[in-house]
Design a protein around this ligand. Structure first.
Ligand SMILES: Nc1ncnc2c1ncn2[C@@H]1O[C@H](COP(=O)(O)OP(=O)(O)O)[C@@H](O)[C@H]1O
Ligand SMILES: [Mg+2]
Length: 387
């Protein structure tokens, strides 16, 4: 099968698409190859549309966003096929995560709720492909958090024969999957480590009045000096000490966090801002490294693999490497995935699981009552294409 996976993450940087070749129909005989991947960057207008619609939260704004994101995801799907030289007619299905607009975990006996937008009918109409979408809903309906979903794919695709791996993704938020050796009898487990790029992005945006959205190649952080006293205070945030499983979001580690910090530290000149970016970069590196040291390395992890946009920040990567030394820290290339493509790849594989009727949640990670087949199916071209 040829499947396109689509993802629009919380950083609002763009829509990621991965074209994946998948063979086999069971967890035992799956074979896969990432054929190609692209990110369709969101320009300021699109980014503002998503941001403003979520902030406004009106039925009109969200309804319009649903249709718009559907169009943008369809564009990304068509783009990855065009770039790979694969006619879209050859694609068997699309797996679309969509754009999360709200996520409320279960609490106090009340089940959770989650909403990802990006109209699957629009994607089906524009591409002619059947679309599997709304992956989180079923797990949430079964009492789970509907997240994280990627660890199941991590265990399936990236388990090594003999060594345990930790797969750390650095999107807006940082999250890690512990992947035990294949056939070890232990399961995958996963948790959020804290901020990924979200704090760095927010600081850069505030510092530049919105002219820049992220610290390209970690250059600003490299020119700043870490404020050790401030860093020490920030590291006392209760989230870092909490035992996994645990999850967090931009509500906790996002713009409001940085806004408060800016109010209390009152940066004045350029150097103050560089120091703040350096301190937040160091906080991110320390929170990742310490999570690994406390909860993963004792399990015998012999390799850490970093993916997500944060793997493109050399200052952040270097510090995580130094802090975890002598455990090797690689980027996604060693696993055969581009660092930007891993989440989109995961949703292609989750679509495959849906089509093969394979349950793909990890109840131990999500808290769901049991295994469930994830996603809803929207048929493709009508009349159906003859294979
Ligand atoms: N060259 C780069 N240098 C530094 N940071 C980068 C670079 N490229 C991407 N990033 C960071 O990665 C983020 C996007 O990462 P991504 O994995 O797409 O997150 P999400 O899943 O939240 O969309 C950007 O907001 C930025 O912070
Ligand atoms: Mg992204």
């Amino acid at each position: 099968m040829l499947i396109v996976g689509l993802m629009s993450g919380t950083s609002l940087d763009g829509a990621d698409a991965a074209l994946v070749e998948i063979g086999g129909t069971s967890m035992e005989d799956i074979r896969w190859r990432l054929r190609h991947s692209v990110t369709l960057p969101y320009d300021d207008t699109r980014r503002a549309r998503i941001h403003d619609a979520i902030l406004a939260g009106t039925a009109d704004a969200l309804c319009t966003l649903h249709a718009d994101v559907g169009e943008w995801l369809a564009e990304a799907a068509l783009q990855v096929c065009a770039d790979a030289g694969v006619p879209v007619e050859q694609v068997d299905a699309i797996g679309s995560h969509g754009q999360t607009v709200w996520h409320r975990p279960p609490a106090n006996g009340r089940r959770g709720a989650t909403l990802q937008l990006g109209c699957p009918a629009t994607i089906a109409e524009r591409t002619g492909c059947g679309v599997v979408s709304d992956f989180r809903a079923r797990d949430v309906a079964a009492g789970g958090h509907g997240a994280p979903l990627v660890p199941w794919v991590d265990g399936l695709l990236f388990a090594d024969a003999t060594r345990a791996r930790a797969l750390q993704n650095l999107g807006g938020i940082g999250n890690v999957s512990y992947v035990p050796p294949r056939g070890s009898g232990t399961g995958v487990f996963a948790f959020d480590t804290g901020p990924g790029n979200a704090l760095i992005d927010a600081a850069v945006e505030i510092a530049t009045g919105g002219r820049h959205r992220f610290d390209r190649d970690g250059r600003l952080a490299a020119r700043g000096t870490v404020d050790e006293k401030l860093l020490g205070e920030l590291l006392t945030h209760p989230f870092f000490g909490r035992k996994p499983p645990k999850s967090t979001g931009r509500e906790e580690f996002g713009r409001p966090f940085v806004q408060k910090l800016v109010e209390s530290t009152a940066p004045e000149g350029d150097q103050d801002w560089l120091d703040l970016v350096a301190t937040l970069t160091e906080l991110t590196a320390r929170s990742v490294a310490e999570a690994h040291q406390r909860w993963l390395l004792p399990l015998g992890v012999s390799e850490v693999v970093l993916t997500g946009g944060g793997a493109r920040n050399p200052t952040l990567m270097r510090r995580i490497r130094e802090l975890l030394d002598p455990v090797p820290v690689a980027d996604g290339a060693g696993l055969g995935v581009d660092v930007d493509a891993k989440e989109a790849l995961a949703f292609a594989v989750l679509a495959w699981a849906h089509l093969c009727r394979i349950p793909a949640n990890v109840p131990a990670a999500t808290g769901a009552a049991g295994p469930r087949i994830l996603g809803s199916f929207t048929p493709g071209a009508y009349p159906p294409r003859v294979p």
